[in-house]
Design a protein around this ligand. Structure first.
Ligand code: FMN
Length: 237
């Protein structure tokens, strides 16, 4: 580590003579967080509900060319109380909440069956923005899940039909064979539905909007559900 003495003093792991200098640590410390030119965020000019603000922010993320702006981290915790997080794709945002979809036998679906409370996080670095959404998750009616399934491209429908998500795989060939079989089925029958495919809606009890700024620190605005209304409040960064 070739950082200055102040840095070394601040991190006790770097004073050990047995530790090799960490070039990764140097590189990580040298990384900028956000590029200049971030948008400004005036909490006083925000709508009364978080869905309207979220829809505006994700539209801006799409317009700004943020890669995969609809990719979000979904954190769940089942009966074991272990926390599991993974990326899923946002399908829609409406009065029911934030929509995603997965197989009903996946570990995340099992977590949600045991404990519906979950959290979502979006990061849109180009805009210096993060959004955190938390609340209970409800599976959709089969017809809604079927509609979502049929809207997926052939390969995505085949991948879902294969199933066994997150189970141990003996060989890549075993998966290739299963995928090829599933692809043939969906291509043969465009109406084929995977009954395990399930759409879920997270109905938020809290939504937090986080905005970095070029020179004034961060702004955090949290909406909290209060009956049928929302209470807004600022948070210390
Ligand atoms: C960009 C991206 C998008 C993904 N979208 C989904 C999705 O919408 N649904 C899904 O079940 N898995 C999706 N995955 C895979 C999950 O991250 C995860 O690997 C898988 O669902 C198994 O998770 P589980 O074992 O926690 O159930 C996505 C992965 C990436 C990297």
């Amino acid at each position: 580590m070739s950082a200055g003495g102040a840095d070394r003093d601040a991190d006790p792991t770097e004073t050990s003579s047995t530790h090799e200098p960490s070039s990764l640590r140097e590189r990580l410390r040298a990384l900028p967080t956000f590029a200049p030119g971030l948008p400004t965020f005036d909490p006083d000019a925000t709508p009364s509900d978080p869905v309207t603000l979220f829809r505006a922010w994700i539209e801006e993320a799409i317009d700004a060319g943020v890669p995969l702006p609809h990719a979000m981290t979904l954190a769940t915790s089942g009966a074991s109380r272990e926390v599991h997080a993974r990326t899923v794709i946002l399908k829609d945002v409406d009065a029911s909440g934030w929509w995603f979809a997965t197989g009903a036998s996946s570990p995340k679906a099992r977590d949600l069956a045991e404990n519906p409370h979950a959290a979502l996080t979006f990061l849109w670095p180009v805009l210096g923005r993060q959004v955190r959404v938390a609340g209970p998750v409800t599976p959709a009616a089969p017809a809604t899940s079927a509609t979502d399934f049929l809207a997926r491209p052939d390969g995505s429908r085949a991948a879902a039909l294969v199933g066994h998500q997150s189970e141990a795989l003996t060989s890549r060939q075993e998966y290739r064979d299963a995928f090829a079989g599933a692809l043939a089925r969906v291509q043969h029958d465009a109406t084929l539905i995977d009954p395990a495919w399930t759409a879920y809606a997270l109905a938020p009890t809290s939504v937090e909007f986080w905005q970095a700024s070029d020179d004034r620190g961060q702004t955090r605005l949290r909406y909290r559900a209060s009956g049928h209304d929302w209470e807004k409040g600022l948070l210390w960064p």
